[in-house]
Design a protein around this ligand. Structure first.
Ligand SMILES: Cc1cc2nc3c(=O)[nH]c(=O)nc-3n(C[C@H](O)[C@H](O)[C@H](O)COP(=O)(O)OP(=O)(O)OC[C@H]3O[C@@H](n4cnc5c(N)ncnc54)[C@H](O)[C@@H]3O)c2cc1C
Length: 435
């Protein structure tokens, strides 16, 4: 039976599902295709799911603060019953250490002020009251454990941190994707799994559908690349890479799960924390664990992956380096001989700022380059992409007349030019997972 889809979305991660939800609410008939068996099993399954609002740019901060409001009232955003239950937002606030690496958060603070986001300045006495496991010694810059200077304290200790209450993490990111899928289906969206897209179909310089591994083809006037770390593969199929000033690549990343120090119920008291002094971020995890990733300091080698279907999913020396660095801040951290954790890929844009845009090929759009930090923004990304696609498909030239998008909770307009594939490298970026 031939179906008339308005749009095919490649990928059913948090981004693809959010786009399906928003387009279907606008009356579009959407079809998500994913090669995995169910939604959210790609890189979203490995996300640390930290919901923070601080970014290195005002636009990034505004999008994250807007998204926070959707997570904070997830049921209201979805307006659907999911028999599997709803993912929980664990609001613990976020602690961000001031360090030489982030210029003592001057820029971050100015952006929080500009957007009216509440925060407190904490000195280390206050930090120790809340989190007695943390040590205030400064070790900047972050180093590899074999560096003779590793663990050598600087003369002056850390000066403190900011703490803001409007942040936390999502208990079960895969369930959150399922929630969005169910919400999209309630508006007529369709999903097909275990099907791999192998080509993008074009005729007369316009997209008309996709070809699948099983020789089937599905037609639609709009195709959206939401393929996560496979984004560059799909863009290659579409032949749109030469028309992009900013490109994407897959970067391998290790996240470690360590037991909290003995006698500490970190799961109950901990909050997402970012520490550029030792180049680590961490948050509480179920089972009284601490989950921690690297903030991509210069000393860490970057492992770019040519084939996102073939990379080492085992933890390596990198995991040990991250654990030892974290133990500088949490001296009683227990590091087992066999460290547990996950390995997955970031879809990294050249300036670590995502691309939410059209392409040079009419009908082909992309929500890519999420650079290890856009899970939290999915509700806003879905809305931005739906508006961009609807406007472009009705003849608007977004490249020459960039679309303004209204962030409804924080009552602010942002230009979607910020996310353009044609932009110059954004030098304001942290060029790291911090965005
Ligand atoms: C280790 C790690 C930690 C992270 N921590 C955070 C965090 O704390 N906070 C935060 O905000 N963000 C975080 N991120 C980033 C965030 O998780 C990602 O930005 C987000 O999950 C990307 O979602 P996606 O839907 O674009 O990609 P994915 O979830 O990877 O979905 C893409 C889908 O496309 C499918 N696909 C690809 N190619 C094809 C094809 N040819 N045919 C059919 N299907 C295809 C894949 O199977 C996949 O399911 C983290 C990421 C990682 C890897």
């Amino acid at each position: 039976m031939k179906k008339d889809y308005n749009a095919i979305i490649i990928g059913s991660g948090i981004i693809g599902c959010s786009i399906a939800f928003e387009l279907s609410k606008k009356g579009w008939k959407t079809l998500n295709i994913d090669k995995l068996p169910s939604a959210g099993q790609g890189s979203t399954a490995s996300t640390c799911a930290v919901i923070r609002v601080h970014y290195s740019t005002l636009e990034g901060t505004a999008a994250a603060y807007e998204s926070y409001h959707y997570w904070n009232d997830w049921a209201d955003y979805l307006r659907v019953e999911d028999p599997s239950g709803l993912a929980k937002f664990i609001q613990r606030g976020v602690l961000v250490f001031k360090s030489q690496a982030n210029d003592y958060l001057k820029k971050v603070i100015s952006m929080l002020d500009a957007l009216g986001i509440g925060y407190e300045n904490w000195n280390f006495k206050k930090i120790k009251e809340k989190f007695p496991i943390l040590d205030d010694t400064s070790y900047y810059p972050p180093r590899r454990p074999h560096d003779p200077e590793f663990g050598k304290p600087n003369k002056a200790p850390l000066v403190g941190a900011i703490y803001y209450p409007e942040g936390g993490y999502i208990s079960d990111p895969v369930l959150s994707v399922h929630n969005v899928q169910v919400a999209a289906e309630a508006h007529g969206a369709e999903f097909q799994f275990n099907r791999t897209v192998v080509d993008i179909l074009k005729e007369d310089n316009r997209i008309y559908g996709i070809a699948l591994e099983d020789d089937a083809a599905i037609e639609a006037p709009v195709v959206i690349n939401a393929a996560g770390p496979h984004s560059f593969v799909i863009n290659e199929m579409a032949g749109v890479i030469d028309g992009m000033n900013i490109k994407t690549r897959a970067l391998r990343h290790e996240v470690i799960h360590l037991p909290a120090p003995a006698g500490v119920d970190y799961e109950a008291i901990g909050c997402p924390s970012s520490d550029s002094d030792v180049g680590a971020y961490w948050r509480p995890e179920v089972g009284n664990h601490i989950l921690s990733g690297s903030e991509d300091p210069q000393c860490d080698p970057k492992e770019w992956i040519r084939n996102p279907d073939d990379f080492n999913r085992n933890l390596t020396e990198q995991a040990k380096a991250q654990a030892y660095r974290l133990s500088l801040r949490i001296p009683n951290l227990r590091i087992p001989n066999r460290i547990q954790g996950v390995v997955d890929l970031y879809d990294v844009a050249d300036d670590w700022i995502p691309i939410y845009d059209k392409s040079d090929l009419p009908g082909f759009y992309m929500a890519v380059g999420t650079s290890g930090n856009q899970y939290k923004n999915a509700p806003v990304i879905g809305k931005m992409m739906a508006e961009l696609i609807l406007k472009c498909e009705s003849g608007h030239d977004h490249d020459t007349d960039p679309i303004m998008f209204h962030l409804e909770h924080i009552n602010r307009d942002v230009s979607l030019k910020f996310y353009s594939r044609l932009r110059e490298i954004n030098e304001e970026s942290s060029f790291s997972v911090l965005g």
